[in-house]
Ligand binder design. Structure first.
Ligand code: F6R
Length: 607
């Protein structure tokens, strides 16, 4: 987790760094800091808390002379989120400062080794250990790159590191392994960052760095080397088509709201170029690189896991592929039985989730094919999969995932239809109708979203006193019930549980009382009568009910929230935003920090 940025150029570096950190705050926000060279000295300014605390400190200093430096926004892994644990960290002689995203797993062993040599540590972090290690190597070895390389050969774990050194003014050194790091190439200025939005106001030309690469930048040049051999590595620059506007709020109060309202466009973008206009066949050439799976494992975390559960229903019913869905952190440690011809489909918005990445590596070791379903282009998961279906949702800034899940569901729909086409397992007319209905959703959803928001606002006011919520759904609505509960708890901190409606009477029903409302997903599909009976059971215990349903339903509940309907499983594309809006309005009404909920980070690069 953590966001890092490095800058070398012709502008006041500290302003560039702080602005970059603001766009990276979604990666962590419990403390922040910058380091830069000015008046022949190394300056380090750090503050606990959000970025404005750092800005207040910087405002008292004259920092305008520096034209290169590094910045960090932290999500604590080792050590409390205090100022002394905040990055950058310096070596004992304060000749260098560095920022780190990742974890050095053998840091305790290294710390003991260095302490035995007399090293004294000022923080509890794993990162500070590396500053000592690098300083020690620099005493033996004049070449910075060689010293950096041999210090890196001692650490185990994940890192994206950027170093500024008094001995190399105007130059930054960086390296990555299993944590994201991209380079922005500008005119008379170059950037390093965890993610592209950090430098998007200045350049859209990007170099994606790979694991095991080291990079050296100054204002006018950049070069990449193999971290072990220091042999030069040739790299290509990629021009990014999305602009800063896409990474900013665009007039909405929060990124989350903006991202919910972007979903009509996200659905069209994900379909663009993927349905042949004349034959009405799904075009996913990415999948042609591997055989149609005999068995499929879907592996993911959090919201992406919920998308996977939803996808399982389509892959089994349309494509007749036996599918099981697993949480990545469980899958990776349980010796799963994978056979030749099996495939693992991993789903990840960020493409950097540590457990999901580990699941890919395990699957590949077992000889299974890996299909990545990913949003972030060039991310680790995308690079390590045998083939990648990009979900094309654009940058998702709010910590709570919304539009990314929507795009994952579209991509899963297309994957299931594509396999069904190849296997001939779905009636042709049915398949065409599904594609037609999917294509109509963006317009219909765009029209429906404003009134859905109004309804969600009304519900938020009515139910704002509730301290607990039960979410219930059956069939395809079951993963949505899980997602509705997750969204509500993560941004409003209201306790919420998601359950399969049929499981209610096996335990959860004991919780129901007049102060414990239920949010039911009750679309008018073949399971509607079953859900209806479950709701009667809730009412018999005095529980209040909000039911997301369709026109024509005969539910008698406290709030029957009618939303547009479409063909079968695709109803999800209206239900999902309703759940998201409910969670959003509740959190906003209660005055919570919607885009940056406590204890969470956007990209979970630690296990
Ligand atoms: C919840 C949320 C998380 C992520 C999870 C996986 O709103 O965003 O549960 O879905 O951390 O992240 P990715 O999809 O980046 O692998």
């Amino acid at each position: 987790m953590c966001g890092i940025i490095g800058y070398c150029g012709h502008r006041p570096a500290v302003s560039v760094l702080v602005e970059g950190l603001r766009r990276l705050e979604y990666r962590g926000y419990d403390s922040a800091g910058v380091a830069f060279l000015q008046h022949n000295g190394l300056e380090v300014v750090r503050a606990a808390g959000k970025l404005h605390a750092l800005e207040e400190k910087l405002a008292e200093l004259n920092v305008y002379q520096a034209t290169s430096g590094i910045g960090h926004t932290r999500w604590a892994t080792h050590g409390l989120p205090t100022e002394r644990n905040a990055h950058p960290h310096c070596d004992p002689e304060r000749r260098l400062a560095l920022i780190h995203n990742g974890i050095f797993e053998n840091y305790q062993e290294l710390r003991d080794e260095l302490a035995a040599e007399g090293a004294q540590f000022l923080s509890e972090t794993d990162t500070e250990v590396f500053t000592h290690l690098l300083a020690r190597e620099l005493k033996k070895e004049k070449s910075f790159k060689k010293a950096f390389s041999s210090a890196l050969s001692r650490v185990e774990g994940a890192y994206a590191l950027v170093v500024v050194s008094l001995d190399h003014p105007g130059t930054l050194f960086a390296a990555r392994k299993s944590s994201p790091l991209v380079m922005g190439v500008g005119e008379g200025e170059n950037f390093l960052a965890s993610d592209i939005p950090a430098f998007l106001p200045y350049t859209r030309d990007v170099v994606f760095l790979e694991d095991g690469e080291m990079v050296q930048i100054d204002a006018h040049s950049w070069s990449v080397f193999d971290v072990a051999t220091l042999a030069p590595v040739s790299k290509k620059t990629t021009h990014i088509s999305w602009d800063l506007q896409a990474a900013e709020k665009g007039g909405y109060k929060h990124f989350m709201l903006k991202e919910i309202f972007e979903q009509p466009r996200v659905i069209s973008d994900c379909m663009t170029g993927r349905v042949d206009a004349s034959t009405k066949k799904v075009l996913l050439p990415e999948l042609d690189d591997i055989p149609v799976p005999e068995n499929l494992f879907i592996v993911a975390c959090g919201t992406s896991f919920h998308a996977g559960l939803w996808g399982m229903y389509l892959l089994e019913s349309w494509s007749k592929i036996p599918t099981r869905v697993e949480i990545a952190s469980e899958f990776r440690y349980r010796n799963p039985i994978l056979h030749k011809g099996d495939a693992v489909l991993v789903i990840s918005q960020s493409g950097e989730t540590a457990d999901t990445l580990a699941a890919i590596r395990l699957a590949r070791e077992c000889g299974a094919y890996v299909i990545g379903l990913c949003n972030v282009v060039g991310s680790s998961i995308a690079r390590e999969s045998d083939c990648v279906v990009y979900t094309q949702a654009g940058p998702e800034i709010s910590v709570a995932s919304t539009k990314a899940m929507c795009s994952q569901l579209v991509a899963l729909t297309l994957v299931a239809l594509s396999y069904a086409e190849k296997k001939g397992t779905l009636d042709e007319k049915e398949r065409q109708q599904l594609l037609q209905s999917l294509a109509e959703i963006p317009n219909r959803l765009e029209n429906a979203l404003p009134s859905m928001r109004t309804y969600a606002q009304m519900l938020a006011r009515m139910y704002s006193e509730a301290r607990s919520f039960m979410f219930l759904g059956r069939g395809l609505s079951y993963p949505l019930a899980l997602e509705g509960a997750l969204k509500l708890k993560e941004i409003s901190y209201i306790h919420a549980e998601g359950h399969a409606a049929g499981e209610m009477k096996h335990g959860p029903i004991a919780l129901i009382d007049p102060k414990f409302p239920t949010f039911a997903l009750a679309p008018c599909d073949e399971l509607y009568p079953k859900v209806k009976s479950n709701l009667v059971e809730v009412q018999a215990r005095g529980g209040k009910i909000i039911a997301l349903t369709h026109q024509g339903s005969d539910l008698v509940v406290d709030n029957a929230w009618e939303i547009p309907s479409t063909k079968g499983p695709l109803d999800t594309f209206f239900m999902l935003p309703a759940l998201q809006l409910f969670a959003y309005e509740m959190a906003d009404y209660l005055g919570k920090d919607v885009d940056q909920p406590r204890n969470l980070a956007k990209s979970v690069t630690v296990e």
